[in-house]
Design a protein around this ligand. Structure first.
Ligand code: G6P
Length: 613
């Protein structure tokens, strides 16, 4: 979604914040803008389209001067994708400029109030309302400086925001604030870099603090003050950002998605490091150790997530029931939060999220926790909102994920949910010997993923055969039903090919009507409990002219007789197979998008982190 970068220090602001803005491009956006202040005068340049459009515009106007500035990428909510609706927005009275992530829900009432006071609006956005409101309240002669005006304005708004504000009357001050959308202040030597995402900060400093909800920070070159919207002092928790530049740069790869697919062996190794103890037959998860008793006594586990994270959660549901023998169910966080769910005593809620910022997942977690559940997080981004709002959790440790289409976070989420299942199982129903055997299988995964990645060129060749087709099916059973959903989602997201994923048996109940001559159907047909049934479903598709691409187990030569193409994955016990079977599907989606000429890392309309409902 939208991205924020702000700078105050002694260096020219424009190059620094534009570079930061580029690092946020992956989050998904449709317009970009910048404001810098020089000699008490703010200049704003903004354009619909890519940051490159903004740069072209700046090349015409000449670079903006000033050592204080802010830049924004907008993902449209209120108002279309136009130059006027791009941020920053200005007020018409007090020389205020604002950039904003989130949604001001009561903007319409506030707008009428401000229009009645004579303010004239130039855009359709909720953010311009905020700029006008701050300007209306700003009154230095009455002791209401920028910090106080921002606090007062935020007391009037409902909704979510991360904002960065500048004011011509206070040329050495930047005020930032947050509620429900992430914002981090990076502390350098005599300079500060503010951003919605650590990736725009780490090139300058790794000392930083995230804002909590209702925090307002007034920053000058000589220091900062953190308060609440009601002006109570706050002591921020300064931390070290655990991210280095190499992790967020492409290196030898063409796209971040490609890089992250190939990083999966390392990502899974990092995820397992120090957590698997084969000799003792146990899994150690530091984040859960204080809650082991609650997990042993848990009556039910509810898993919530959206998109790819939900698919991982669905695998977690199977695993928790299978291994830990605890009733479990995974569902869309967006549905769970509004459906008045019944949370029985001793329920554990697990929020699964790469970013740790997805608005629906966060709200679902709050709903479960408020109803008495123990709230756990399975999150990648350290210090993110979900990670901070849970009772306990387990980080994925797969490193920053930049590609909008989630890949290594999926394998990391499935890996962590497996560890949680074993952690609970070992204390409930599983012997040390059994657990040691599981661990042995887990340890083989990184090397097995490497073997699949070696087939990259062949997977591209197979993809080439079908890439012109506009409708695909992805089918699987049991543990690989969620994998089928994930395969379809990947293809849709970046290649814009229509794809449906479903349980293979469900196909007969309607979708079979879609099958026509040559329609590609990807079957996850690895050896498992339902292998023969999957073969029957394959026959049903081929009898109607569909072309089948099977993801099968190495050594299964017989399957060649039943399908058009086979992509092999190494043998592994069935519950762990999604961490292997998903890899060829990720690569197929990647190659399909590249062959079709799409921008893999900036797919249209998508946002990496969805911080609005
Ligand atoms: C967005 C992204 C998806 C992601 C989903 C959940 O839709 O485009 O790739 O799976 O959000 O994100 P989360 O950060 O909560 O895992």
């Amino acid at each position: 979604m939208c991205g924020i970068v702000g700078y105050i220090g002694s260096k020219p602001a424009q190059p620094l914040i534009l570079e930061g803005l580029k690092r946020l491009e992956y989050r998904g956006y449709d317009s970009a803008g910048i404001a810098c202040m020089d000699n008490g005068k703010i200049t704003v340049v903004k354009k619909a389209g890519r940051v490159a459009n903004l740069e072209a515009e700046l090349a015409k106007t000449g670079p903006l001067k000033g050592t204080i500035g802010m830049a924004h990428t907008r993902w449209a909510t209120h108002g279309g994708v136009t130059d006027a609706n791009a941020h920053p927005h200005r007020d018409d009275k007090a020389g205020i400029a604002v950039i904003h992530n989130g949604i001001i829900e009561n903007y319409s009432v506030l707008k009428t109030y401000l229009q009645d006071k004579g303010h004239v609006f130039k855009s359709d956005t909720d953010t311009e309302v905020l700029a006008m409101l701050i300007g209306e309240l700003y009154s230095p002669s009455e002791g209401v400086d920028l910090e106080a005006a921002v606090q007062a304005a935020l007391r009037e708004v409902t909704g979510a925001y991360a904002i960065c504000v500048m004011c011509e009357g206070e040329p050495d001050t930047m005020v930032v604030a947050r509620k429900g959308a992430p914002l981090i202040v990076g502390i350098g030597a005599g300079e500060y870099v503010v951003a919605s995402d650590a990736s725009a900060i780490v090139a300058h400093t790794t000392q930083a603090f995230p804002l909590d909800d209702y925090n307002v920070v007034k920053i000058t070159r000589s220091g900062f003050r953190t308060s609440t919207t009601t002006n109570a002092n706050v002591t921020p928790k300064v931390m070290q950002l655990e991210m280095d530049l190499e992790q967020i740069e492409l290196g030898r790869f063409e796209h971040f998605m490609q890089k992250e697919i190939h990083e999966q062996p390392k990502a899974v190794r990092d995820c397992f490091r120090g957590r698997l103890h084969k000799e003792d037959g146990k899994v150690i998860l530091g984040g859960l150790s204080n809650f082991a008793k609650e997990l042993v006594r848990a009556r039910r586990v509810v898993l919530v997530g959206q998109g790819t994270a939900l698919h991982a959660a669905m695998i977690g549901e199977y695993m928790l029931e299978d291994l830990a023998k605890v009733p479990a169910c995974a569902e869309y966080a967006s549905e769970f939060r509004y459906r008045n769910p019944i949370i029985e005593d001793r329920t554990v809620a697990i929020a699964v999220s790469q970013s740790g910022e997805t608005a629906d997942t966060l709200a679902a977690l709050h709903e479960a926790r408020d109803r008495g559940a123990l709230a756990l997080g399975v999150v990648n981004v350290v210090g993110s909102t979900i990670a901070r709002d849970t009772d306990a959790g387990v980080y994925l440790r797969v490193g920053p994920e930049i590609g909008v289409a989630s890949t290594k976070a999926f394998t990391g989420q499935v890996a962590v949910l497996t560890l949680i299942s074993l952690f609970m199982a070992r204390r409930r129903v599983m012997s040390a010997d059994q657990c040691a055997r599981w661990i042995e299988q887990l340890e083989s995964i990184p090397e097995k993923i490497e073997r699949i990645l070696e087939q990259d060129a062949r997977i591209r060749k197979v993809t080439e055969r079908y890439v012109e087709r506009d409708n695909w099916l992805f089918l699987g059973r049991g543990y690989n039903y969620p994998t089928a959903l994930e395969g379809a989602l990947k293809l849709k997201e970046i290649s814009y090919i229509h794809a449906e994923g479903m349980p293979a048996a469900e196909m007969k109940h309607g979708p079979i009507a879609l099958i026509n001559d040559g329609m590609p159907a990807v079957f996850i047909a690895n050896r498992g409990r339902q292998y023969d049934k999957v073969l029957s479903n394959i026959a049903e598709v081929r009898a109607r002219g569909g072309h089948v691409i099977a993801v099968a187990t190495e050594g299964d030569d017989d399957i060649r007789r039943h399908v058009e193409d086979v992509l092999y994955v190494p043998e592994i016990i069935e519950p762990l197979s999604p961490m292997l079977t998903v890899i060829p599907l990720q690569l197929m989606a990647y190659h399909a998008a590249v062959i079709r000429g799409h921008d893999v890392d900036k797919p249209r309309n998508l946002a990496k982190s969805v911080t609005v409902e």
